[in-house]
Design a protein. Structure first.
Length: 155
């Protein structure tokens, strides 16, 4: 018995010392972590369903939504956004700080929409949003490249 205890103690002494996790280790986020910071400025966009009208691309012709009711955003107060992109629906997260906005990952269904669908243009633009404003009752998302998406609230 003394021999077994002696071997166990010796084995523990030869184990390498562990320190803090390396800098490349992913951060641990507990399940009960607080949601993203949402400021009072975001209250203006929470509530209505916002239907996409068009995207202004600067010098190129605008992309006009062929069926605005099929492309929409709905912001919840807890930093969640519901998205409809033609035949696909989903949700994700967003953060607002003053007039800056950032969308997190958006999980969508992956149905094959009709060939004339504008879902790719809509989603490609949406993930580039960096700022928002309200202009004459419309939501305007400014994109990283300077383009702008315009949305009208559903009456």
């Amino acid at each position: 018995m003394a021999c077994v205890l002696s071997l166990a103690a010796t084995g523990c002494q030869n184990m390498p010392q562990t320190g803090p996790a390396p800098a490349t280790a992913p951060a641990y986020v507990p399940a009960n972590a607080l949601p993203p910071v949402i400021t009072a400025a975001s209250d203006a966009i929470v509530g209505p369903v916002w239907q996409w009208q068009r995207t202004y691309l600067g010098s190129a012709p605008a992309i006009v939504a062929s069926a605005p009711e099929r492309y929409s955003l709905s912001f919840d107060g807890g930093g969640r956004v519901n998205v409809r992109a033609d035949c696909n629906r989903g949700s994700g997260s967003y953060e607002v700080d003053d007039t800056r906005i950032k969308f997190g990952a958006i999980a969508l269904t992956r149905m094959a929409c009709l060939p004339a669908s504008q879902d790719a243009e809509f989603l490609r633009s949406l993930v580039q949003a960096t700022a928002y404003t309200l202009d004459r009752g419309e939501l305007v998302l400014t994109l990283a490249d300077g383009a702008a998406m315009r949305f009208k609230p559903v009456p």
